[in-house]
Design a protein. Sequence first.
Length: 165
Amino acid sequence: ANGIVNVSAKDLGTGNAQHITITSSSNMSKEDIEKAVKDAEQYAAEDAKIKEKVEIRNQADQMVYQAEKTLNEVGDKVPESEKEPIRAGVEKLKETLKGEDTDAIKAATEELTQLFYKMSEKLYQQQAPQGDPNMGGQQPGGDPNGGQQYYDADYKVVDDDDQNK
């Protein structure tokens, strides 16, 4: 960690070699470096709390975006009575995001997530029967070989030319 990089290259055809050394341009003394390290260690817990707050806010923003996008995409596939609680949850989360209470943001995000998953589950259950019945895996109770039987056997190839001799 001394900030030095050595790079060299040699042209094999001509035998010419180039060499460069890159050194750190920092004029910090050893005491300044140690002070910076101590400051970083001292504020590590505070930085972790700030990071957690930012991540919670990002999750909330992503949930709002995903819910709004999905509501627009589903159109008439989901009745208004099922969309309304999600819209209310989105508005509640947007209002909560205006504040700084991360616990409230976390709770509102979780609430919206649960509402969203319930609607998504119903949507996919409605779509499942409409799918192609031939798609997917083996049908229950069906024969995986389609009713045909297969046998393992040893065999010998007999050439017609060999039999005529």
